[in-house]
Ligand binder design. Structure first.
Ligand code: ADP
Ligand code: MG
Length: 262
């Protein structure tokens, strides 16, 4: 498992400690701890409703946490104080930390009224203040990388699901994040379209992008992920090097889940 960074330190790119989240009386995350090193690819697996999406959303501040702490690239985003209250860092800093993570959703979430190119340049221009020319240059480079240069001026409605998801990946990369979070990026796709998206993700991993991927694609988890983490009922039950996990998940619930998936 890769753990050291090229900068010589070993600061995790994601460090979640005892993260708790409840919706009303339902405790959805019951103290999740997970650390992801620079360049590491972690596959997060587990049954539906186990809290995987909620956990990812907590890392990107799409949900607030109720307990524990989250740091991104060594920068604390939220922590729990002595009185048990969860405290976030002040807003400009919080937004800057969140911008270090890019998120890709199951349902793409592209802006339907914008072309592919416009989808890619919007946030770099508006959020990062990048001049239009520079944003376009960056977008063109990313479109070439995901193989969609020829779709540059199309609207999302004209794209296949696989193409939409590749645009969504390029759009997240346009913000130059240090970490990519994927929430079941191929679950909404017809089987014949998942391959192209997984290929794009594999290329990202080969380029040493730090990735946390919620997925039901056991092939991807086995071949691309360094580490597999298994969640069930709001708890992170097992996290092991992928090869070890598939040989022996070390836990009966994880084994039952694997038996069902494989
Ligand atoms: P997974 O991604 O593993 O399928 P989720 O994180 O989506 O699991 O959901 C975990 C649990 O939290 C589920 O029981 C779900 O119904 C509940 N949940 C998720 N989001 C909300 C919400 N906004 N309000 C209330 N309950 C929610
Ligand atoms: Mg989910």
């Amino acid at each position: 498992m890769p753990s050291s960074t090229s900068e010589g330190g070993a600061v995790p790119m994601i460090e979640a400690l005892g993260v708790k989240k409840r919706f009303g009386s339902h405790e959805v995350l019951r103290g999740i701890s997970l650390s992801v090193a620079r360049g590491e690819v972690v596959a997060l697996i587990g049954p539906s409703g186990s809290g995987k999406s909620t956990f990812l959303r907590c890392l990107n501040h799409l949900e607030t946490i109720d307990g524990g702490s989250v740091s991104i690239a060594g920068e604390p985003m939220a922590r729990t104080d002595e009185s048990g209250r969860c405290v976030y860092v002040p807003d400009p800093q919080l937004r800057r930390i969140c911008a270090r993570t890019g998120m890709v959703f199951q349902h793409f979430n592209l802006f339907p009224h914008l072309t592919v190119l416009q989808n890619l340049i919007e946030a770099p221009m508006v959020v990062q203040g990048l001049p239009r020319d520079a944003a376009i240059a960056r977008a063109d480079e990313l479109l070439a990388k995901v193989g969609l240069t020829q779709k540059r001026d199309n609207y999302p409605a004209r794209l296949s699901g696989g193409q939409k998801q590749r645009v969504a990946i390029a759009r997240a990369l346009a913000m130059q994040p240090d970490v990519m979070l994927f929430d079941e990026p191929t679950s909404a796709l017809d089987p014949e379209l998942t391959g192209e998206v997984l290929r794009t993700m594999r290329e990202l991993a080969d380029g040493r992008m730090t990735m946390l991927v919620v997925t039901h694609e056991m092939g991807f988890a086995r071949e691309v992920a360094h580490t597999v983490a298994f969640m069930d009922q709001g708890e992170l039950i097992a996290a092991r090097p992928a090869r070890e996990f598939f040989a022996d998940p070390g836990n009966a619930r994880a084994q039952a889940f694997l038996n069902h998936m494989l």
